[in-house]
Design a protein. Structure first.
Ligand SMILES: [Fe+2]
Length: 580
């Protein structure tokens, strides 16, 4: 049974391939086009996924796409009639429907075939069911409560239910125009971060402020009927003017969704590039507090109604690590699983899994415990990329590689660490990472200014040996996907200032020897030298998607201030010492 899952004509376009019922690859189109959050159809990812697995397009049995224009159609029509939709809205919707009809053609074109060559059956899986499937069906839980929460998808912003074995049941949802994800987007825009996906920056900004406006901001979102919530629409324009988004190709864009009332009550918006002041920090802190209040409240009601102790989360809001880090302490849930690509990219996985289990009835047989589902490149390809730039390098054994790289890190050098298959999801977790010394107080500013070229307030995250994590972080259990913020142990905070955020927290990745032996060995070698089982880990990129090929890694290494590059088994240093 070969299943091709797609997230297409939407932000973060992606593909998931299952061959013989087993997951082969899961990849985002942005890694190939080099455009962040690439929308449109994931043609390159489809071609690479099939090519790497040796699966012919003619052998695909099922194509699953995570959009269903007919879902909630009754509610959509009612809403359209009540609002009097513009011609543009109708045209956009028809365009989307026609695109979805052509999905088989698009797959065929991606691999140079005709649509008539493909025998695959096409399935449209409603957006939030795909989100919930993406998490529950690869979780370790036989039964769990499920929550999908994002901006919007298929007219819905939030959906909850339960999973049992190979079935998902939906218990409730929140429809357009009400959305916690859209509220977060609105305030993110108000705070001067206009790009698709900038919500992450506001989460990083929040710990610098106090939730000073919480009483007033609560008015923007109140508890609604049937366990959901409702926006006060006078602060928004998306319901009246439509959400103007561009999905067709390139990076997605989204116009302002907040109304002038927000500025009248909370002061003028910050324009991109203007200084960040205390009131901006406080607004970010207030937004974060409000999100946590509303979502944790919903989770408490879900726990009470279902009586379940395990929870699976998905949707863009499930990337809010600060909120996630409070679930175990502030709700009755005892275990949480969040699929690493919780945002829309993950719906290609969810659509494929929904077809496999819910539609075809296959039993569950897999837990996703690592993110290395992308392409990999041979040592010969790594060597060729180094030779092409005339770099000198040494080939080292795994043990020597870990030891030498750890020595460089302990000496204060910044090391590009490139190994194996690239990661699925937004985080680099040890195969396309830049790593350096967490003990250095100046490292955060240096990295933000000289390597990543991004805002100075943004924090960096640690990778810690799983077996030592409890000594350094107040966490319970493994956290392999860097999706849960927790406190750094109080007596350790001063030892690792580069990964300790202003509020004493960190967004840690626990690394097990089984899931990534080379990365584990690197951190272990660093601990042998320094007594600290932690490295600072940031994604291998510079205001672009995370690097994919060895050539992209070498180019990124050469154009910024990295000192050392480990590319597969090869180690090269900028000052040429590696060749001696
Ligand atoms: Fe979504």
């Amino acid at each position: 049974m070969n299943i091709l899952g797609l997230n297409a004509y939407h932000g973060d376009a992606s593909v998931t391939l299952m061959a013989g019922g087993r997951l082969q690859s899961a990849m985002e189109e942005e890694r190939f086009t080099r455009v962040k959050h690439q929308a449109g159809f994931p043609s390159l990812a489809v071609a690479h996924a099939l090519g790497a697995a040796g699966v012919a397009a003619t052998d695909i049995d099922h194509i699953a796409i995570s959009r269903d224009p007919s879902a909630h159609i009754h509610r959509k029509l009612m809403y359209a009639i009540s609002q009097g939709p513009s011609l543009a809205t109708i045209r956009d919707r028809l365009w989307n429907v026609s695109k979805l009809r052509d999905v088989k053609t698009a797959v065929a074109e991606a691999v140079g075939k005709n649509e008539s060559d493909l025998r695959a059956q096409v399935h449209r899986v409603e957006h939030h069911r795909a989100h919930m499937a993406s998490s529950f069906f690869v979780s370790p839980f036989e039964r769990a409560a499920l929550l999908s929460i994002d901006g919007f998808g298929d007219f819905v912003s939030t959906m909850w239910g339960t999973g049992c074995g190979n079935r998902i049941n939906v218990d409730g949802w929140v429809e357009f125009p009400h959305s916690m994800g859209l509220l977060y987007t609105a305030i993110t825009q108000y705070l001067g971060f206009p790009n698709y996906g900038d919500e992450f920056k506001v989460m990083g900004l929040a710990p610098y402020g106090e939730p000073e406006y919480l009483d007033r901001l609560r008015a923007l979102v109140r508890m609604g009927p049937r366990d959901g919530f409702e926006l006060d629409l006078s602060y928004f324009v998306h319901h009246s003017q439509g959400v103007s988004m561009t999905w067709e190709s390139g990076a997605p864009t989204i116009d302002d969704v907040f109304s002038s009332r927000l500025e009248r009550e909370f002061g003028p918006r910050r324009r991109s590039g203007e200084p960040l002041e205390a009131r901006h920090h406080n607004m970010a802190a207030t937004l974060q507090a409000l999100l946590e209040e509303r979502v944790l409240g919903l989770l408490r009601r879900m726990a009470e109604k279902t009586g379940l102790s395990d929870l699976c989360l998905a949707g863009g809001v499930a990337l809010n690590c600060t909120m996630n880090g409070k679930i175990l302490s502030e709700t009755p849930f005892q275990r949480v699983y969040i699929q690493p690509a919780a945002y829309d990219a993950g719906t290609s996985l969810g659509a494929a899994l929904f077809v496999k289990h819910q539609i075809l009835g296959a039993p569950r047989d897999f837990v996703m415990d690592h993110t290395y589902w992308g392409l990999e490149y041979s040592p010969a390809a790594c060597r060729a990329a180094l030779d092409a730039k005339g770099l000198s390098y040494r080939e080292l054994s795994d043990e020597a590689l870990a030891d030498q790289a750890a020595a460089c890190i302990a000496d204060g050098h910044i090391v590009g660490w490139y190994q194996g298959r690239f990661e699925w999801g937004p985080r680099a977790l040890g195969n396309r990472s830049i790593v350096c010394d967490p003990r250095s107080a100046s490292m955060k500013d240096h990295l933000n200014q000289r390597i990543k070229h991004r805002e100075g307030f943004r924090p960096f995250a640690p990778s810690v040996l799983e077996e030592r994590a409890g000594e350094w972080f107040e966490q319970s259990g493994a956290s392999p996907f860097m999706l849960m913020t927790c406190q750094v142990q109080r007596d350790k905070q001063a030892l690792v200032p580069a990964i300790t955020h202003v509020d004493g927290t960190a967004r840690q990745q626990t690394v097990s020897r089984e899931s990534n032996p080379r990365y584990w060995s690197l951190i272990h070698a660093f601990e042998r030298r320094t007594g600290v089982p932690i490295v600072l880990n940031t994604s291998f990129n510079e205001n672009e998607p995370v690097v994919n090929t060895p050539e992209e890694a070498v180019a990124c290494f050469l154009r910024n201030d990295m000192d050392v590059l480990v590319l597969g088994p090869y180690l090269t240093e900028k000052n040429g010492r590696a060749g001696h």
